[in-house]
Design a protein around this ligand. Structure first.
Ligand SMILES: NC(=O)c1ccc[n+]([C@@H]2O[C@H](COP(=O)([O-])OP(=O)(O)OC[C@H]3O[C@@H](n4cnc5c(N)ncnc54)[C@H](O)[C@@H]3O)[C@@H](O)[C@H]2O)c1
Ligand SMILES: O=c1ccn([C@@H]2O[C@H](COP(=O)(O)OP(=O)(O)O[C@H]3O[C@H](CO)[C@@H](O)[C@H](O)[C@H]3O)[C@@H](O)[C@H]2O)c(=O)[nH]1
Length: 470
């Protein structure tokens, strides 16, 4: 029986391996992690991440051919294929701080693989890494190999959170990069055979190592660029009376452009886009390409501009001050159908409003109180490290209360900001919110309709009254 071990039981390692186990019943899959609480949660009824459909997949194969363990070395030693899906956060110190990828966790995983291996292995880069990382990993592995043969493959993951299981069941493509040597090609074929259990062959792309590594950064940069483009356009729409949802629809119907990923928003969030573009910028700078670096930097600058613009607009619409006013925040996760808050625009919006002395009442169906408090007190880039290395909310922000009901959050509020497009917010009774709870209401801000000029409004079909100004 082929044995796969995945180092890193996070948002990628967990769902990806669960789907491999489901689709390949003859392969034993073990997901290992240094985080004991995370592994305990994977082995319990309360999985550590919320992802539609995940629980069902895990329940079908856990204990049969899918296992979660903290015994990292044992399972790595026994595996034929080792996926590495550990954190690759933005560096906070030293060379490249604020831009370059921090490969500490990757490097320590590679050293451990070299130390414990007693048989040949295929080592798969699942984490998003800078182009040419495989070269460094190869050096680490071969210098410590004791004659064992390691083949390094790049197999970046393209799943999006909230739709991870759907994306994994039916991927647009699976990308596998490897060395163009007989051994490299054989390793590529071995991994291709795993995915071929359920992915049509024409959707499994094979390339050289560097193309696969760079394609991941490029794909995220292109996706984020579309959002920054439409968000930049939303500012012009607001200044001119154009409706950004109409503009993006008109633009997206051009088949060369396509309709997806053109929803303007309060800004993109999530653990990947900003980190990966900063990384791309750094790589361009290191390769003597300052113009290319500057080009991609703009995608981040517009994203920051959009988040600031939103806060300014809320404050401006409330007589230029939110001091002591209660603002309800509906949604804190970076998108719907996930409890993930990494780099969520809600953090910047809340910090901006708190900076103007607002009182916040926050409700999100999937984000726990201590996570929100931790996010609001955490330093930039601290959020993307393994759990045990993250600060444990030493202080709480007094002007923030976290509640478990949207109506409770909006009670006596002066304004409401909907920051995550959870489906349940579509069916809220805004008449009730307006007439019963809004004794004090001065304005009801709905982020996307007001900021984006309408695309979210259409989805939500909000009644006219929510757009009423004070
Ligand atoms: N989250 C996504 O949607 C997504 C999608 C595609 C790619 N990626 C990339 O995949 C990688 C992982 O992302 P994630 O969201 O799953 O991160 P995550 O933080 O959810 O999971 C990473 C896990 O690795 C563990 N870990 C770190 N070092 C370890 C070590 N030496 N040994 C064992 N375990 C270790 C951590 O404890 C953590 O549980 C990143 O490079 C990310 O950029 C993420
Ligand atoms: O039209 C849109 C689409 C998305 N967003 C925002 O963009 C962010 C990212 O959304 P999405 O890309 O759907 O989620 P992620 O889980 O961050 O997935 C991205 O990042 C992953 C990690 O690298 C990649 O694997 C995925 O392919 C890529 O879509 C979220 O804040 C969304 O609200 C918009 O503002 N407008």
């Amino acid at each position: 029986m082929v044995k796969i071990c995945c180092i890193g039981a996070g948002y990628v390692g967990g769902p990806t391996m669960a789907v491999i186990a489901l689709k390949c019943p003859k392969i034993e899959v073990v997901v290992v992690d240094i985080s004991v609480p995370r592994i305990n949660a994977w082995n319990s009824d309360q999985l550590p991440i919320y992802e539609p459909g995940l629980e069902d997949v895990v329940k079908q194969c856990r204990g049969n051919n899918l296992f979660f363990s903290t015994d990292v070395e044992k399972h790595v030693a026994e595996a034929d294929i080792v996926f590495v899906s550990v954190n690759t956060p933005t560096k906070t110190r030293g060379l490249g701080a604020g831009k370059a990828a921090d490969l500490t966790y990757w490097e320590s995983a590679a050293r451990m693989i070299a130390d414990v291996s007693k048989s040949d292995k295929i080592v798969v880069e699942k984490s998003t890494v800078p182009v040419k990382t495989a070269e460094a990993i190869e050096k680490i592995l071969t210098h410590n190999s004791n004659g064992i043969n390691f083949q390094i493959l790049s197999n970046p993951e393209f799943l999006a959170e909230g739709t991870a299981i759907k994306d994994l069941f039916n991927p647009d493509r699976v990308l596998i990069g490897g060395r163009e040597t007989p051994e490299g090609l054989e390793a590529v074929k071995a991994l291709k055979d795993v995915y071929a259990h359920w992915v049509p062959e024409d959707r499994i792309l094979t390339t050289n190592l560097w193309s696969a590594e760079l394609s991941k950064l490029a794909a995220n940069a292109f996706l984020a660029q579309r959002i920054s483009s439409v968000n930049a356009m939303s500012a012009l729409c607001e200044a001119t009376g154009a409706d950004v949802s109409q503009v993006s629809h008109a633009v997206g119907t051009d088949t060369r452009i396509g309709p997806k990923f053109l929803n303007s928003s309060v800004g993109f969030g999530g653990s990947c886009f900003q980190k990966d573009i900063l990384n791309l910028v750094y790589i361009c700078e290191c390769n003597g390409l300052p113009e290319v670096a500057e080009y991609w930097k703009q995608v981040i600058k517009i994203n920051d501009y959009q988040k600031n613009r939103f806060v300014n607009r809320v404050v401006a619409s409330m007589f230029n001050t939110v001091a002591n006013k209660k603002v309800a925040i509906l949604g804190f996760a970076f998108k719907k159908d996930t409890g993930d808050t990494r780099e969520t625009p809600a953090i910047d919006v809340c910090k901006g409003l708190l900076g103007d002395k607002a009182r916040l009442s926050i409700y999100d169906p999937q984000v726990a109180e201590d996570q929100i408090q931790r996010d609001l007190t955490m330093k930039k880039f601290d959020w993307d490290h393994p759990l045990h290395l993250q600060p444990m909310s030493p202080t709480t922000v007094k002007q923030v209360s976290i509640v478990w009901d949207a109506y409770e959050a909006t009670k006596d509020a002066h304004a409401v900001c909907i920051l995550t497009e959870w489906d349940e917010f579509k069916t809220l009774d805004f008449q009730k919110i307006y007439f019963i709870f809004f004794g004090q209401m001065k304005s009801l801000m709905e982020t996307r309709p007001l900021l984006m000029g309408g695309s979210f409004l259409q989805t939500f079909q909000l009644p006219d009254l929510v757009l009423a100004n004070p």
